[in-house]
Design a protein around this ligand. Structure first.
Ligand code: AP5
Ligand code: NA
Length: 347
C-alpha cells in the first residue's frame, strides 16, 4: 500500500472552510456582476444573488472547497493514513457545515471547526466560462473565526504537538492575530511555517498583515499572477521577471536567519521555480493533452497538498515539488479539487 509512517497531528493548517458552488455560466453572467473571467474576489453585497442563481438556473455542483482544506485533503490522500493533518476554521450550524465535516472526515483530515451560531457556512462561487474560472468567496461564518478557538486547551495542545504549519494568504482577511500566534509558536519551536500568496487581491489590499507575518515565513508559495501582484504592491521594478521577484521574496526580512526563506512559484504548465538564496531551480511539468484536462480548478491547492505530503515526511525539496506536480496533474483530470482512485506518486 501507499501508506507511510508519519505520526498523527504533525501538520496544522488554518483557513476558510468553504463549500464551492460550481457552474458553467455565460459571459454576460460575469459582466452583470462586474467580474473578470480569471479572478478571485471576496463577495460584496451586490454579489449575494449569485449563489441562489447558480443553484436555481445553472445546475450548480457542490464541492468541498476552501484553499487550505483542499491542500490538506490532497496531502491526506497521498499520505494514506488518517489524521496527519489538523485543520482549524469557522463554519455555521447548517447542512453545508455537515457536508464539509463529512468530506474532511472521508479524506482523513482532522477538522476542528469553530461554530458560529448565527452565520451560515461560507461558500465560494466557481463561475466557469470555457477554460477560465472566476471565484467569488462569500466567507460568512469563515469570517467569524477568532483566536479564542486556538486558545481552547485541546487546540493549544494540537498546535504545540504539530511540527509543520500551513496558512493561506486568504486567511489574512479573517484573523491576522491567529496567524501571528501560530507563526510565533512555529518560530519559538524552530518549526517550519509555510504560507501562500493565495490571490492578487491579498497583496493589493492586505499587504500590511502580509508583511507583518513575512519574517516568520520559511516557505512562500504563489503563482505568476500572485507574485506579480506582490511585486507591484511593493513597488519593485515593473519589468521584473518571476525569477527576480522570487529572489526578492526570499531576501525580505526574516527572523530565523539560520533557515533562509524559500519561494516556490508555479506557472501553469511551465516549470515550477524553486528559489533559495541566489539560486533558481526549475522543475518541469508534464503537459496534459486537451482531452485529459477536466478543469484546472484547485491545481495550485493540490500542488501545495502534494508538496506537504512529502515535506512532513522529511523528504527533500526535490521530491516535495515533484509530488506537488503529480498531485496538481491528478486533480486537473478530475472536477474541482477532487481526486479519484489511489495515489500513484513514485519518488
Ligand atoms: P483555484 O484558484 O481554482 O485553485 P488553485 O488551487 O489556486 O488553482 P489554479 O488553477 O488557480 O492554479 P494556480 O494558478 O494557483 O497554479 P498554476 O496554474 O500555476 O481555487 C480553488 C479554491 O479556492 C476553491 O476551492 C475555493 O473554495 C478557494 N477559495 C477561493 N477564495 C477563497 C478565500 N477567500 N479563502 C479560502 N479559499 C478560497 O498550477 C499549479 C500546478 O498545476 C503547476 O505547477 C502544474 O503542476 C499544474 N498545472 C497547471 N496547469 C497545468 C497544465 N495545463 N498541464 C499540466 N499541469 C498543469
Ligand atoms: Na491559485
Amino acid at each position: 500500500s501507499n501508506s507511510s509512517n508519519v505520526r498523527e497531528g504533525i501538520l496544522v493548517g488554518c483557513g476558510n472552510p468553504l463549500l464551492d458552488i460550481s457552474a458553467t455560466v455565460p459571459m454576460h453572467f460575469l459582466e452583470r456582476y462586474g467580474m473578470k473571467e480569471d479572478d478571485a474576489i471576496l463577495a460584496e453585497e451586490r454579489h449575494m444573488p449569485i449563489y441562489r442563481e447558480l443553484a436555481e438556473d445553472y445546475q450548480a455542483e457542490y464541492l468541498a472547497g476552501g484553499s487550505v482544506q483542499n491542500s490538506l485533503r490532497i496531502a491526506q490522500w497521498i499520505i494514506g493514513q488518517p489524521n496527519v493533518a489538523v485543520f482549524f476554521g469557522c463554519v455555521g450550524k447548517d447542512k453545508f457545515a455537515d457536508i464539509l465535516r463529512e468530506k474532511a472526515r472521508a479524506a482523513g483530515v482532522d477538522a476542528h471547526y469553530q461554530v458560529s451560531e448565527d452565520t451560515p457556512t461560507g461558500t465560494c462561487a466557481v463561475l466557469i466560462t470555457g477554460t477560465h474560472r472566476s471565484l467569488c468567496a462569500n466567507l460568512a461564518a469563515a469570517n467569524k473565526f477568532t483566536i479564542d478557538h486556538l486558545e481552547e486547551p485541546e487546540n493549544r495542545h494540537r498546535i504545540e504537538n504539530a511540527l509543520y504549519y500551513y496558512i493561506s494568504g486568504f486567511f489574512l482577511t479573517v484573523n491576522p492575530p491567529s496567524i501571528m500566534r501560530v507563526a510565533a509558536t512555529a518560530h519559538a519551536k524552530q518549526r517550519p511555517f509555510l504560507m501562500n500568496l493565495s490571490a492578487p487581491f491579498i497583496s493589493q489590499y492586505f499587504m500590511t498583515p502580509l508583511l507583518d507575518v513575512m519574517p516568520y515565513v520559511d516557505i512562500i508559495f504563489g503563482n505568476e499572477a500572485e507574485a506579480h501582484a506582490f511585486a507591484t504592491a511593493q513597488g519593485w521594478p515593473a519589468d521584473n521577471d518571476l525569477r527576480e521577484i522570487g529572489k526578492r521574496l526570499v531576501a525580505l526580512n526574516k527572523l530565523n536567519t539560520g533557515r533562509p526563506r524559500i519561494a516556490i512559484l508555479t506557472q501553469g504548465c511551465d516549470p515550477v521555480l524553486l528559489i533559495q538564496h541566489d539560486s533558481v531551480q526549475e522543475f518541469p511539468v508534464t503537459r496534459l493533452t486537451v482531452d485529459e484536462i477536466v478543469d484546472t480548478n484547485g491545481a495550485g491547492d493540490a500542488f501545495v497538498g502534494g508538496f506537504l505530503s512529502q515535506f512532513v515526511q522529511g523528504k527533500s525539496l526535490d521530491v516535495c515539488i515533484r509530488c506537488g506536480n503529480y498531485a496538481a496533474g491528478h486533480i486537473i483530470k478530475n472536477p474541482g479539487c477532487t481526486y479519484s482512485g489511489s495515489p500513484e506518486f513514485v519518488e
